[in-house]
Design a protein around this ligand. Structure first.
Ligand code: QAP
Ligand code: CO
Length: 176
């Protein structure tokens, strides 16, 4: 662990770079650990519970998650692969650091099993349920260029797009 971290810039929807497909990590070196540490730092600074590398414009299959309130359970996933999904689903209010200010209900399987790698390049199996299971699916979606708002009705999605465009217009007015 270092004592200084870099706060990475988080891309915001509708940035087209959020649609890129991330590539598998094939080198497990120090720079990978550095990136993961900076991703945790960025996620905590932004008050998030999950962050995918895609969101910080790094198109590699890396995710950081911490769903605790006291930063006590850091989970990093490298090349995560869903190997089973429960048929039972749960609806949860989801948000996203790349779609700030918007929360909508999404239905997803409430239990998942994934295969993933740690920073040493060792393969691990992880079983998750509830919020962690939902967060894992949300973040793996990012690696595939998918956002939670893609699951909403066209009406709801269009409303978000419109509000964001309006916000951007207001910000530009102030800058001008
Ligand atoms: C994904 O999202 C997630 O709009 C992680 O103003 C969220 O960390 C999975 C955030 C909920 C399951 C349930 C969003 C912070 C953080 C905002 C996040 C905001 C500030 C979102
Ligand atoms: Co997100």
């Amino acid at each position: 662990m270092r004592n200084t971290y870099k706060k990475l810039e988080v891309l915001h929807f509708p940035d087209p770079r959020l649609r890129k497909i991330a590539k598998e990590v094939d080198t497990f070196d120090n720079s990978l650990q550095t990136l993961i540490d900076d991703m945790f730092f960025t996620m905590y600074e932004e008050k998030g519970i999950g962050l995918a590398a895609t969101q910080v414009n790094i198109h590699k299959r890396i995710i950081v998650i911490d769903i605790t309130n006291d930063k006590s359970e850091k989970i990093d996933l490298i090349n995560p692969k869903l190997i089973s999904l429960s048929s039972t689903k749960d609806s949860m209010d989801e948000g996203c650091l790349s779609v700030p200010g918007f929360y909508e209900t999404v239905s997803r399987p409430n239990q998942v099993k994934i295969e993933t790698y740690n920073t040493k390049g060792e393969k691990k199996i992880l079983d998750a349920e509830g919020l962690l299971a939902v967060c894992i699916q949300h973040e793996i979606d990012h690696l595939n260029g998918v956002l939670f708002i893609d699951y909403l009705s066209k009406l709801k999605k269009d409303m978000i797009i419109k509000k964001l465009a309006k916000q951007k217009k207001e910000i530009n007015k102030i800058v001008l």
